[in-house]
Design a protein around this ligand. Structure first.
Ligand code: FES
Length: 464
């Protein structure tokens, strides 16, 4: 495969364009002009996770989603979830001042002169109507300006571009496999956020390969060294055949437990406890066979025990065959999920400037129907170096601001990527170039589909 970017098909005015897919120009992470180009050509055309749907279960519930200088209202109406640009049609005052709420039966009331709109965006009240020319009060024109919205995976996604391909077209098979794993049933247990002094892409890329684990999360490698040595150091196999099945199973369990503790979720503690029950089961002597059988038993028991409690979890062993998930499921450009067994962590990164971003993490799991807890209404916003973050994100956050500084170093012109395990970074960066160069939307959607399941992935030919 030749993944060299075909520059002839791309507009020539893309600044700091990627010409060699293994080299990412450093200025893409701090240059004002590049940032402006992203603001003009990327963000107004992509699907963006705007809110979790459990925040708006009732008619009138709304959430504000902010991206750059835009404010969007996502609201539950009688007709389902709607989305509008947050500006009064009289003189432009935002209709909401908070991050979320319920607009009640009267709908949204402008705080300036009191005009009102219902949850469908229709104007329902103009104070002193007779003062205005009739032409200015045409109901169609007076309605709130709508924004495209689609639901997927327990979230509302918005797109500011009326001509962009649908969200499903962009997600491709990723949507099918996550739905098979019951993503729609997940609920947030916690929601943390931090402002990071780094470009949004630096923050994203910290999660696009596992190559950093050895140094950044050494506790994970120590728990299961063969897992990482086989993958990244080219040493031996992930299952250490020099050791017994029992020793291998213990290492897998220790890794799982440490990961679950370090993420405060993802491998949920209830699942770790079920796996613990199976540490002493009889298994084949061959470590490869034994570990595989043990995982099958763990998945079977997690399914049965959680279903017995009333949790709407899928049969893990059957979906592992029909719809296998990857370690990271990436939804371009700024949202991704880390699934494990029946629970997941999810992340969203929004730019706040060329060298600042808002980083959010949700921990998601299942609850028995009717026993879902009140979801967190807002993120707990912490300083990025807060010890209150779980161990693993704390370790990730310790690198990100340093890397942002290092990118400015004299002579540091580009990042160099390992073509087989840091390919996701190259692939999503070249999709950004596709947006900046105004590549046809259908080609961009197909390229976005290629990002799914590409953890430690290869550099791919994106077709433009
Ligand atoms: Fe909203 Fe006047 S600006 S009613």
């Amino acid at each position: 495969m030749n993944a060299k970017t075909d520059n002839t098909s791309m507009a020539s005015d893309v600044p700091f364009k990627i010409t060699d897919p293994a080299k990412i120009p450093a200025k893409r992470y701090y240059d004002e002009g590049f940032y402006s180009k992203e603001c003009e050509e990327l963000w107004p055309h992509v699907w963006q996770m705007a809110c979790r749907l459990e925040l708006i279960p009732n008619i009138g519930d709304w959430v504000e989603y902010r991206i750059l200088d835009k404010s969007i209202i996502v609201v539950r109406s009688e007709e389902g979830v709607k989305s509008f640009h947050n500006a009064c049609r009289h003189r432009g005052v935002p209709l909401t001042q908070e991050s979320h709420g319920n607009c009640g039966q009267r709908g949204f009331t402008c705080s300036f002169h009191g005009w009102r709109w219902n949850t469908k965006g229709e104007n329902t009240f103009v104070y002193g109507k007779h003062l205005f020319d009739e032409a200015l009060l045409d109901p169609k024109d007076l309605a709130l300006h709508p924004c495209r919205v689609e639901e997927f995976g327990g979230c509302a996604f918005i797109n500011l571009d009326d001509n962009a391909p649908s969200l499903r077209e962009c997600l491709g098979e990723l949507a099918d496999r996550l739905e098979a794993h019951g993503i729609d049933n997940l609920r947030a247990e916690w929601w943390f956020a931090a402002e990071l002094p780094a470009n949004w892409k630096v923050a994203m890329e910290a999660f696009q390969e596992g190559y950093h684990v050895m140094r950044t999360h050494p506790q994970l490698q120590h728990a299961a060294p063969s897992l990482y040595n086989a993958r990244y150091a080219g040493l031996g196999d992930a299952i250490d055949t020099q050791k017994s099945t029992k020793q291998n199973v213990d290492a897998q369990f220790a890794h799982m437990e440490r990961l679950g503790r370090g993420m405060a979720g993802m491998v949920h503690s209830k699942e770790v406890e079920i796996a613990r029950q199976l540490l002493d089961v009889e298994l084949p002597e061959d470590p490869n066979e034994g570990v595989m059988m043990w995982f099958g038993m763990v998945q079977d028991q997690i399914t049965k025990q959680l279903q017995a409690k009333g949790e709407p979890v899928p049969d893990l062993n059957s979906v592992a065959v029909s719809h296998p998930l990857e370690a990271v499921e990436f939804i371009f450009p700024h949202f991704f999920l880390l699934p494990f067994f029946t629970s997941m962590s999810s992340y969203r990164v929004r730019p706040l400037g060329p060298e600042k971003c808002l980083f959010e993490i949700w921990s998601l799991t299942n609850f028995p129907e009717g026993e879902e807890p009140e979801p967190p209404q807002e993120p707990s916003i912490l300083p990025y170096d807060s010890k209150d973050f779980p161990e693993v994100p704390q370790q990730d956050f310790s690198n990100i601001p340093h890397q942002q500084k290092g990118l400015h170093a004299e002579g540091f012109e580009y990042m160099r990527l390992a073509k087989d395990i840091e390919g996701l970074i190259s692939n999503y960066q070249r999709i950004i170039d596709g947006y900046l160069a105004k590549v046809e939307p259908d080609k961009l959607a197909k390229a976005i589909q290629q990002l799914g399941g590409n953890f430690d992935g290869k550099i791919k030919d994106l077709g433009f």
